[in-house]
Write a protein that binds this ligand. Sequence first.
Ligand code: ZN
Length: 298
Amino acid sequence: MLDRALLAAPSGESMMRHAVPRGFPPRAFTLILVLLAAWGMSYSPTFTTAAIASPGLAGSYAPLGFRSGSPDREVTVVLDPGHNGAGASHSAEINRPVPDGRGGTKPCNTTGTATNGGYPEHKFTWDVAIRVRDALTVRGVHVVLTRPNDAGIGPCVNDRAAIANRAGAKAMVSIHADGAPPSGHGFHVAYSDPPLNDSQGPPSRALAETLVETFRAHGFTAANYIGSHGLYPRPDLAGLNLAQIPAALVECANMRNAQEAELVATPDGRARYAAAIADGITAWLNSSAAASGNRRRP
Ligand SMILES: [Zn+2]
């Protein structure tokens, strides 16, 4: 689904067919085709997805080729789709206090937000997570989800971190969308700060920064209402506080902003968010920060 959406742009061939004027000499046309073919052979783009071919990022990572260390050691990533489909109808369960990772408590979970048109955040995060999972699986990454479907309650935020810690994963990425005042727009990426363990210091920040880079590469702009340049260090997210592996939480968009509401509520828009997250995770896995970021495994 991801690749299909990215490849849906009109091909050069079909555009050219429409651009050829009537009466254009066939021999000249053949010559142009030969020249274009020769150019095509000498031009070999690093990335096969058009959306990621950003000049600013071209030299910094190779998003489509995950370099796994050895074939017998599978690399695992945990995706955490925020909220859950049955949360809104089980307020007692999701309001139960759970540890917040800093000595206090937080509600087990929240219902999440929605667009003004009624498209709920839990549906968005689930759909995006599945797209990210599929993209990463194709790249040879083993993906663990913190919930099995979009029809349940929870898991509580502390349990989501526990799932990630148990999975022996290289990283956990939580997927959310925000519900801010309508004038606010753009994405932001949160990480635990001040850090509570080695994985939450520079490794988690590097993961967050990598996600910011790939969101930008996919044409998204950083939030204009929160954080700084797309980054938002914060102490109050239990899932991040309790993570013992590098972890970040992406707020893809502001669902209360009219333009972004349109994007999150359409499959093409969700494919774009998923591509940005999948490329960010792939870039992270290929980075030296990932190699040193997980202290739980040798
Ligand atoms: Zn959320």
